[in-house]
Design a protein around this ligand. Structure first.
Ligand SMILES: C[S@@+](CC[C@H](N)C(=O)[O-])C[C@H]1O[C@@H](n2cnc3c(N)ncnc32)[C@H](O)[C@@H]1O
Length: 339
């Protein structure tokens, strides 16, 4: 089990038999091994797929919004990578708890749990560290019961992006990639004006949806499908499309798990980079898998950090790899599947 689940298990007496909201858990066996009336909220589709068979359907929610659960006796947030995502989740959890109910925060030290006190202190009667083990900490506050109702609109950020040929209204939420701005790599990909082949286009790892909006306007003969692992990104992508008057399909996937069609093109600023400079294993899995989703003559067009050695991988799985654009940090690659 994940370290965060192990530290929760060490305090079984706090949780066993309780009606609990568990938010952002890892994909492990905690909900089976620690007997409680669990109600799980995840925004990670890989976690959702993994927990789906382990919990009754009504006790597991994959959404950008926390499910409403009545008569909770406590709630636990597993610290997300982005602190703004923790604030976003806590703002939805606290109003669901009656005064005096415990709200726990658990996480790894390297994952930012040391900020727990700051995150919890305004929600209740001060924050208390209950345990520290396996590089993790478990914190608790008892909520004051006067948290304001959650207002999604107040957390959404809308920015206007200017391109030479169009303006895009981009909607985003905390922790969604490149929140409230345009990523430099995505900007380079969108500098490329070469038309995409007509037909269905997959925007893999769509984030808030900027690539699809710009490319859909430039390629009126294409129909876009947007996929992402993150429920908040999917919500933002839907809102971005709507605000810009673009019709497209939006749905979750973990890698290519739910991508079953074949496409005239796949575009992406892909999420493969783990931070380990030479680790290209996730990228290779994707290039291998996506060949099954490209029509003959279909184009893969991606942007990546220039130092990543993608061209040999793209060539071994798809076909000749051309550099369409480059700057000091990024390269835009294009490869066409054999026709
Ligand atoms: C570099 S961002 C690009 C976002 C957007 N296309 C843009 O250009 O602003 C990569 C996206 O991939 C998503 N992602 C990460 N892992 C994924 C996976 N295993 N399957 C699908 N999407 C994933 C992330 O949530 C993120 O939104």
């Amino acid at each position: 089990m994940d370290n965060t689940s192990q530290i929760l298990q060490r305090s079984t007496e706090l949780f066993a038999g309780q009606r609990l909201l568990l938010v952002n858990p890892p994909a492990d066996e905690l909900t089976r091994e620690l007997p409680a009336d669990w109600h799980v909220w995840t925004w990670d589709y890989a976690v959702f797929l993994s927990l789906r068979g382990k919990l009754p359907e009504h006790q597991l929610s994959f959404s950008h919004i926390c499910p409403a659960v009545e008569d909770l006796e406590g709630a636990i947030l597993v610290m997300p990578k982005a602190i703004e995502r923790a604030e976003y989740a806590l703002a939805q959890m606290a109003p669901q708890l009656a005064a005096g109910c415990p709200l726990y925060l658990v996480g790894e030290k390297k994952g930012g749990i040391t900020r727990a006190e700051k995150l919890l202190v305004d929600l209740g009667d001060g924050a208390e560290k209950l345990d520290s083990a396996r590089h993790c900490q478990l914190w608790r506050t008892r909520v004051s019961g006067d948290a304001p109702p959650f207002d999604l609109a107040g957390w959404q950020q809308e920015v206007e992006l200017d391109f030479p040929d169009q303006q895009v209204r981009l909607l985003s939420l905390p922790g969604v990639f490149s929140h409230g701005r345009l990523d430099e790599g995505s900007a380079l990909l969108l500098e490329e004006n070469a038309p995409l082949p007509a037909g269905k286009v997959l925007d893999f790892g769509c984030g808030a949806g900027v690539l699809s909006v710009v490319l859909a306007r430039r390629n009126p003969d294409c129909r876009f499908e947007l996929v992402d692992i993150d429920a908040l990104a999917l919500h933002c992508a839907r809102q971005t499309l709507q605000r810009n008057g673009i019709e497209a399909q939006v749905y979750p996937t973990s890698g290519l798990s739910d991508v079953h069609g074949r496409y005239a093109a796949v575009v992406s600023n892909p999420p493969f980079h783990t931070g380990v400079r030479h680790d290209t294993s996730i990228a290779e899995r994707f290039f291998n898998g996506v060949t099954r989703n490209l029509l003959p003559g279909g184009e893969l067009r991606i942007v990546a950090n220039g130092f990543l050695r993608y061209p040999p991988l793209i060539e071994s799985h798809i076909g000749a790899c051309r550099v369409l654009r480059e700057n000091s940090r990024f390269k835009v690659y294009s490869a066409v599947a054999p026709g």
